[in-house]
Ligand binder design. Structure first.
Ligand SMILES: Cc1cc2nc3c(=O)[nH]c(=O)nc-3n(C[C@H](O)[C@H](O)[C@H](O)COP(=O)(O)O)c2cc1C
Length: 317
């Protein structure tokens, strides 16, 4: 029972993890994290002990509070959803005195997701996080960016290289660059990020999509288009991870996209990922991240060669 009379559900008791992973020198208790934008401490802590996750990737933080897009912001789609939340968040100053200390106090490994509408936005946030207790930074390069004509920097290797090169000088924290799948050649973009100083890559962010209300003939989401996520994108995301691993044999990779079971997480590990993050699945089953972690922990028991590689910071391929 808590101070407000609620009893936490906490369906998963504490677990002694059998299989850890190492991402860019940072040890995760297990290879499963939460994906940015689908985890909120105030809600998720009722369902599981957040320190039990491999890592918690937080909602993207910007230099000042962002209101996000007007509603409707989401629409259902087969085996998934479309969202245009618009990176609503209370800003980095609030994050530094509220969510981050709470997560660290609870014992979580924290990946702070960084958002920006210009190169300067990103730089301000990264500079403020440099001395914070965040364990890793995850730079979301899919945000529309004014320094780049409203396009996301994640679609242009030259702009991406300039941004990551600049951020690299501002922090010694392990820096993950989160890649957009809305590009022609993901290997080109991945290489640009790696050569500019990324310590790891996470992929994929959402794919551009939309739904239309046939009663009105108008888009359901006020932003018109949004990002597609959920089980529908799983094979696409897996293909992206495969391609990046083929192109860059050494960089740590976090696989994201449509993961809702230990088996799907395992496919990402066999594709060459060091770890995974669970996103949209947590929106219809809040226990999904911890359940996937438990399922994967058991699946790795019978795969000692893969488990040993992950524990040593290596990958299957
Ligand atoms: C509602 C919602 C909000 C999201 N917000 C962010 C965000 O702030 N930063 C980010 O890098 N990715 C964000 N994402 C993308 C997810 O982290 C993830 O990359 C994507 O949804 C694919 O994984 P999934 O199929 O498991 O959801 C968001 C996704 C959803 C569904």
């Amino acid at each position: 029972m808590t101070e407000n009379g609620n009893t936490p559900i906490n369906v998963y008791e504490k677990h002694e993890w059998k299989h850890k992973t190492v991402v860019a020198g940072v040890e995760w208790k297990n290879p499963v994290g939460t994906a940015s934008g689908t985890f909120q401490l105030a809600a998720c802590r009722w369902f599981y002990d957040v320190s039990q996750m491999g890592a918690i990737s937080t909602k993207g933080v910007s230099p000042v509070p962002w209101e996000g897009n007007p509603g409707p912001r989401t629409a259902e789609s087969p085996a998934g959803m479309v969202n245009a939340v618009g990176l609503q968040n209370p800003g980095v100053d609030h994050y530094l005195v509220d969510e981050l200390p709470k997560l660290k106090e609870l014992g979580a490994t924290v990946v702070t997701n960084v958002a920006g509408h210009s190169d300067d936005d990103y730089a301000q946030v990264v500079a403020k996080l440099a001395d914070s207790p965040a364990d890793m930074l995850e730079i979301n390069v899919s945000c529309p960016n004014v320094s780049h004509g409203g396009m996301s920097v994640g679609t242009d290797p030259v702009a991406l290289s300039r941004l990551i090169g600049h951020l690299r000088k501002l922090t010694s924290k392990p820096m993950i660059v989160k890649l957009s799948p809305n590009v022609t050649d993901i290997a080109l973009i991945a290489r640009a990020a790696a050569e500019a100083g990324a310590d790891a890559l996470s992929l994929i962010n959402t794919l551009v999509g939309m739904r239309i209300d046939i009663r009105t003939g108008e888009p359901i989401i006020s932003n018109r288009t949004g990002g597609v996520s959920g089980p529908a994108i799983f094979p696409i995301a897996l293909g992206f991870v495969w391609r990046v691993r083929q192109a860059l044999p050494d960089i740590p990779i976090i696989g994201i996209g449509g993961i809702d079971s230990g088996e799907k997480a395992l496919e990402f590990l066999y594709a060459g990922a060091n770890a995974v993050e669970v996103g949209a699945a947590a929106l219809y089953d809040p226990t999904a991240p911890i359940r996937v972690a438990r399922e994967l922990d058991d699946l790795l028991d019978s795969r000692p060669e893969l488990a040993a590689k992950l524990a040593a910071g290596e990958t299957w391929r």
